[in-house]
Design a binder for this molecule. Structure first.
Ligand code: KG4
Ligand code: ZN
Length: 342
């Protein structure tokens, strides 16, 4: 089963061909991110204009790198939301045009389900198992899921304010580092002392499995404003801030593990899963016998179309009627309703 995936939810224009949910035949991405490096974030209209120019060449390249023509493809999977509406419309409209022209079924995929499915990419010889605890953290969401299958699961917790990636991005702005903030803070922190500055542990006495990052961002602002030595020790501040974000994420994973002893694997996905400190800290905290899985490549952590193709395949496996379900591009879209669908 060969699926063409299309993803345009933010500033990227991406297309990929994936077989059986895990064999990546091509994974093409054109990003306008460098245009936004000194702007602190993406400018939606500018991103969508660039996506209109790139989408068909990117789809053609994904097919040609895979060595396929449209007739070799079984279905098209496209991100339907959440994301920037103009950007989403570029992807969904192009997918509909291709679907009509080529006579192929189309599957609307929730962006977060794509991130959750990224764990399966290139895992053909060692398939992930359920029940799994999945932490997905990006610039737009931070969620903790108990997953029973690809389409069944329970949302255990979500952020009450900023997303984890957003906390990296806003923190980088305060530190005078470039966007996206995750890689910039990680790089600055490499040579820093992570125990130099103290940050609080958010929601320490809160029994839920929710997240909250806005307090850490405020704490960073106060450290930079009030601690006289901070401005000369920006690498130490970056390392301490990075560790505090990771500590909060891991604290919630540990609490979820304690509540759900049936979990056999922990999956870490989304742009923030590229963070090495997070991976190392989390690995050291998991009980014996519980496997940690992260996307195989950094390119599968951040937004990409291979994960959308994989999610489309699993949706088709578990809900064959998915190709008959109509969908619209939607800027705000909850995965929760779709996940309990059987
Ligand atoms: O999944 P993604 O590419 O797009 C969204 O769906 O938002 O995630 C982008 C986010 C950005 O906030 C970026 O700062 C963060 O992921 N990110 C990282 C790292 N690489 C990207 N955060 C921490 N460490 C990284 N190495
Ligand atoms: Zn994403």
């Amino acid at each position: 089963m060969r699926i063409l995936g299309i993803e345009t939810s933010c500033d990227e224009t991406a297309a990929a061909v994936v077989e059986n949910g895990c064999v990546v035949r091509s994974n093409v991405i054109a990003s306008s991110r460098e245009r936004f490096a000194d702007k602190g974030g993406v400018i939606p209209e500018e991103a969508a204009r660039r996506q209109v120019e790139c989408i068909m060449p990117v789809i053609e390249e994904a097919l040609s790198v895979a060595g396929y023509t449209p007739s070799d493809i079984n279905a098209i999977a496209v991100t339907k939301g959440p994301g920037l509406l103009g950007s989403l419309l570029v992807g969904t409209t192009s997918a509909r045009v291709c679907s009509q022209l080529w006579g192929k079924p189309i599957i609307g995929v929730h962006h977060t389900l794509g991130h959750l499915s990224s764990i399966w990419l290139e895992a053909e010889t060692d398939q992930p198992r359920f029940p799994a605890l999945a932490l997905t953290a990006s610039g737009g969401h931070t969620e903790l899921w108990l997953r029973l299958s690809h389409t069944r699961g329970t949302l255990l917790g979500r952020t009450r304010d900023d997303a984890a990636g957003e906390a990296f991005d806003k923190g980088a702005m305060l530190l005078g580092l470039s966007y996206p903030g995750g890689p910039s803070i990680a790089k600055a922190g490499e040579t820093g002392d992570a125990s130099a500055f103290t940050f609080p542990l958010p929601l320490k006495d809160d029994p839920s499995l929710d997240f909250s990052f806005s307090g850490l961002k405020t704490a960073l602002r106060y450290i930079l404003r009030d601690e006289p030595e901070a401005s000369n020790r920006l690498n130490d501040v970056a390392a301490s801030y990075e560790r505090s974000l990771c500590a909060h994420l891991i604290d919630r994973v540990e609490r979820a593990m304690a509540k759900h002893p049936e979990i056999v694997e922990v999956h870490l996905a989304g742009g923030v899963s590229a963070n090495k400190t997070l991976r190392t800290m989390l690995q050291s905290r998991l009980p014996q016998g519980v496997q940690l899985r992260c996307p195989f490549k950094t390119a599968y952590c951040t937004d990409n179309a291979a994960m959308i193709a994989a999610a489309g395949y699993f949706l088709l496996q578990e809900t064959p009627a998915i190709t008959t379900m109509s969908f619209d591009a939607e800027a705000s879209l909850s995965l929760e309703a779709a996940m309990t669908m059987e």
